[in-house]
Design a protein around this ligand. Structure first.
Ligand code: MN
Length: 324
């Protein structure tokens, strides 16, 4: 019999698993995780799972895992799947337990908090902050009587979330599985914070210095309605591009933004983080991105590879899609 813990490498995934495993330890479990965008984790285990195995899946989206999940369920293994992303059909299977809520104001760490009746709520507060649900985080704290300083829980949640951004594991300060293990040693987040381990300072300093590269972004195309900016090829750019795009549209919600991260001389081209204007109706970001092989949500989408010779078409399409 083997246990597998599959979890998103971001704050919501890590803080969800922390709650579960501090209540029900499974020290021998095989941990499967990755960078934030690497969510197709079932396919990594589909060939190894047997009938006696137990699989826990947190915050990775069922739709993106449907093929691997189907293979795993056929073996007879038990699957517990908890998530808050919109999903297609949930398979009917007696071995599958699903805890799912795709409403706008929830996150996996909160679903696990409810599942455990608030046994480890302070971690859930950090998970909600990490997923940028500030009102939800404050509500969990109030409902569950978490009296730790929320500003510090928020910083921890945001830093753990920041750690998961990158193109590959090599871009990250910590492998999410290692970061999870460091946190697991502490009974609650304030114990980790007050112990001031090097991990926290590494993330603080990395976060700060990555913003320097964002501030040096080059202007590619600027109009009254939107901006296309570019970052040089570097791990710092890979980490910060998505957060930078979020910050830009939060500051100027009337505008659309595209942050292009150069992929370096070997690959060529750019990865694109796209944000539609929050404050006015335009073409949806995911529909725009789909024209360039990308996808995402209405407000926030991405393109994995924008070739340099597609740049003129991209600028023209961006201008047309988001002009007022
Ligand atoms: Mn989440």
């Amino acid at each position: 019999m083997a246990d597998y813990d599959l979890f998103n490498g971001d704050a919501d995934g890590i803080f969800s698993l922390l709650q579960l495993r501090q209540v029900e330890p499974r020290p021998e479990a095989v941990r499967v995780t990755g960078v934030k965008r690497d969510t197709q984790l079932f396919k990594q285990i589909a060939d190894h799972v047997g009938a006696e195995d137990r699989i826990t899946a947190l915050d990775i989206g069922m739709a993106r895992n449907s093929a691997g999940l189907g293979t795993v369920l056929k073996t007879g293994a038990q699957v517990f799947f908890c998530d808050h992303h919109a999903t297609g059909d949930i398979p009917e299977n007696e071995n599958l337990t699903v805890l799912m809520d795709a409403s706008a104001e929830t996150c996996t760490a909160y679903l696990i908090d409810q599942h455990l009746n608030g046994a480890k709520s302070a971690w859930a507060v950090c998970g909600a902050y990490g997923d940028n649900f500030q009102a939800l985080a404050a509500r969990i704290a109030a409902e569950r009587g978490v009296t730790f300083p929320l500003g510090q829980l928020r910083e921890l949640g945001e830093l753990v979330n920041y750690n998961a951004y990158g193109l590959t594991i090599e871009d990250l300060h910590f492998h999410p599985s290692d970061l999870y293990e460091r946190l697991l040693a502490y009974p609650h987040p304030m114990a980790f914070i007050e112990d001031a381990p090097d991990a926290l300072n590494t993330l603080r300093q990395g976060h700060r210095s990555d913003w320097d590269i964002a501030e040096s972004a080059r202007e590619v195309h600027i109009t009254n309605d939107g901006q296309i900016l570019s970052l040089p090829a570097s791990p710092a750019s890979n980490r910060v591009a998505g957060l930078f795009a979020n910050a830009l549209v939060d500051e100027e919600p009337e505008k659309a933004f595209a942050v292009l991260t150069h992929l370096g001389p070997n690959t060529g081209g750019y990865r694109v983080s796209l944000r539609a204007p929050l404050a006015r109706k335009t073409r949806q970001a995911n529909h725009f991105a789909a024209d360039f092989g990308g996808g995402g949500r209405a407000e926030a989408a991405g393109i994995d590879l924008l070739r340099e010779d597609d740049m003129t078409r991209f600028v023209d399409a961006f201008t047309a899609a988001f002009s007022s």
